[in-house]
Design a protein around this ligand. Structure first.
Ligand code: AOF
Ligand code: ZN
Length: 370
């Protein structure tokens, strides 16, 4: 029947404009934490009359930018928002009131806001004001851009992702001497998404500062806090850091009581001495800092990660993995910190496995469902 056709058409349009909102939301990538990425499109008579996204905490929300952009044209228009409009005074006033004041006719929402102070109250407020509200358009897509925000909101903990590289025959690779470089910019982009990255000091010394950080600085992108674990091997209490103009914010956890950073590095660097470096302490620090996402980047001298990875798996702290398969065939790596875990008495279920395009390698992402 003709009514069927009309409805199908309408749904297609909703999906189209929601995908556009998500595209806009992504412009804030790396800058919004602990806030979510949000995009908003305002449509009137089949035409986009306003667009906006949330650029960073303290700045107006996506809806406010889009409404400003639309001006008077927002009246009787439809607003597409990738996340439920907020109904509370945070750093900024409620978006629901802005939408009501602008006299929009309809609001299409990608996903409900997991923030308990919003959680459907935004939708209720809009409906209470007589606005038609549709919820759950392109919901999976909307969730996928905010996985760290959602995880942090629901659990109060940062999303912890383990990253490592494998040879094509399935052995763990250390990045050193394997010609491992940033696969087509994938790694720089990954870093931008995380609030913090955990690295061993050996990796930092040998490759990180040369390989990874500068590229994000060139683009003016977000740079994660670098959490360096420094193990005292009895050689020197001077933490071996390559300091350059892009070193950025850094915290060093060391098991050496008398550790010092190079003099030129001491500004902006915090050193915490512990009897033993462990993930509990590191994640505690991340929690206190309100970080939403942490990348445990297993590269460099791999055996330095052994205890941390073991703890992360045994205590079920690791939520996600990023595995990169490189065009290398190698023998078993004796430093493989995953080897002692081969006898884990339980299988961990992997969810939402997906492969990510890269020019020089195969990258697989997935979630660990402990
Ligand atoms: C929206 N649109 O663009 C964003 C929302 O401190 P505030 O005022 O920025 O509020 C932060 C909270 O507002 C955040 O935790 C989330 O619940 C919501 N973020 N909501 O309607 C936006 N960024
Ligand atoms: Zn808002």
């Amino acid at each position: 029947s003709s009514s069927y056709v009309v409805r199908a058409q309408k749904n297609d349009d909703d999906g189209f404009y929601m995908r556009k909102s998500v595209e806009l939301a992504r412009k804030g990538l790396g800058y919004t934490s602990p806030n979510p990425l949000v995009g908003c499109v305002i449509v009137k008579n089949g035409e986009v009359v306003g667009q906006g996204f949330h650029p960073k905490p303290g700045q107006p929300h996506a809806e406010v930018f889009a409404l400003r952009d639309a001006g008077d044209l927002a009246e009787n228009a439809t607003a597409y928002v990738s996340l439920e409009p907020c109904n509370h005074f945070g750093r900024t006033p409620p978006c629901t009131e802005a939408l009501i004041k602008a006299n929009v006719k309809k609001v299409v929402v990608g996903m409900v806001d997991p923030n308990p102070i919003v959680a459907s109250k935004g939708v209720d407020r809009l409906r209470g004001a007589g606005i038609e509200v549709v919820v759950g358009v392109e919901e999976e897509l909307c969730k996928s851009i905010n996985e760290a925000y959602i995880h942090h909101m629901l659990t109060g903990k940062p999303l912890l992702t383990l990253r490592y590289s494998l040879s094509v025959n399935g052995n763990l690779l250390d990045s050193l001497g394997n010609g491992v470089t940033d696969s087509g910019g994938y790694y720089s982009r990954l870093l931008q998404e995380y609030d913090a990255v955990i690295l061993s000091s050996s990796l930092f010394r040998e490759s990180l500062s040369a390989d990874l950080v500068p590229s994000s600085q060139e683009s003016g992108a977000n740079q994660p806090i670098q959490i360096i674990m420094h193990k005292d091997h009895g050689f020197s209490n001077q933490i071996p850091l390559v300091i350059n103009e892009v070193t950025g914010k850094m915290i060093i956890f060391t098991d050496c009581r008398t550790a010092t950073a190079p003099e030129e590095a001491q500004q902006g660097i915090e050193i915490v001495s512990l009897d033993q470096i462990n993930l509990d302490v590191i994640l505690d620090y991340c929690n206190r800092q309100g970080l939403c996402s942490v990348l445990l980047d297993m590269r460099g001298n791999l055996n330095e990660y052994e205890e941390l990875v073991k703890e992360g798996i045994e205590k079920k702290y690791i939520n996600k993995f990023v595995t990169e398969i490189l065009p290398v065939w190698n023998g078993c790596n004796q430093n493989d910190p995953l080897l002692p875990l081969k006898n884990l008495d339980h299988r961990v279920k992997v969810a939402n496995l997906r492969s990510v395009a890269s020019a020089q390698s195969v990258i697989i992402e997935g979630y660990l469902n402990f």
